[in-house]
Design a protein around this ligand. Structure first.
Ligand code: E4P
Length: 221
């Protein structure tokens, strides 16, 4: 399973990249706003900065909601860097835009997906990635991880190559569930990735190994 980081914070992206397990980045307009990035030039520069930190795909979301606007914006974003993936919302004109970019060979990520039907449409339109938002489904008392399993089943039935990019991940257990249910990618906050490291028995075991080593190597008078 690939690990993407879901942030526009350059320090967090650098930290995840330095771990050596990062495969890409997803951003969205809210994450960009959280970092105080505004104005076309700054937004463009920020995407380029992100691409220069990581080796993998970087999702950049369009703001337009009509076909022509999404095409114009998406083409501009895709021309910034070869790692840019154009992120398109799951709306009617979005489906048309996904098909347009798929025919053109531009990579896309269909975002704001909350149902199997939406995921099926995204795959038929040729999206490279589909982003089911599992945390927001959980918030609405629907099991988000179950949707990953359902989409996996449907895509495998027909051999769709669209990658399931589990999004809106809130904690490490979400990552485990996504891995169990066959997501191709999990896009996570840094804290959820780092949370995978933790186990008290690891800490206890390491403390004992180090203490035993110290005891055995202490020269007694
Ligand atoms: C995915 O690409 C989205 O940017 C993101 O995962 C949304 O997460 P949230 O529900 O925590 O805002």
């Amino acid at each position: 399973m690939k690990f993407f980081i879901d942030t526009a914070n350059l320090d967090e992206i650098r930290e995840a990249q330095a771990l050596g397990v990062l495969d890409g980045v997803t951003t969205n307009p809210s994450l960009m706003a959280k970092e105080g990035i505004s104005g076309e030039e700054n937004v463009i520069q920020h995407y380029i900065d992100i691409c220069e930190i990581v080796d993998g795909d970087v999702s950049a979301e369009v703001i337009s909601t009509d076909f022509d606007g999404m095409v114009e914006e998406g083409n501009k974003l895709a021309s910034l860097h070869k790692q840019i993936v154009v992120k398109i919302p799951m709306i009617k004109d979005g489906i048309k835009a996904l098909k347009y970019f798929s025919d053109k060979g531009t990579k896309t990520n269909c975002t704001l997906v909350f149902s199997a039907g939406q995921a099926l449409l995204a795959a038929k339109a040729g999206a490279n990635y589909v982003s089911p938002f599992i945390g927001r489904l959980d918030d609405a008392t629907t099991d988000g991880a179950e949707l990953i399993a359902q989409i996996r089943h449907i895509y495998d039935n027909y051999g769709y190559e669209t990658q399931i990019l589990a999004a809106s991940i809130r904690h490490s257990m979400h990552i485990i569930k996504c891995a169990e249910f066959g997501a191709d990618v999990a896009t996570c906050p840094l804290s959820a990735i780092l949370g995978l490291l933790n186990h008290p028995l690891t800490d206890i075991g390491l403390a004992k190994f180090l203490a035993d080593h110290k005891k055995a190597n202490t020269v007694t008078a």
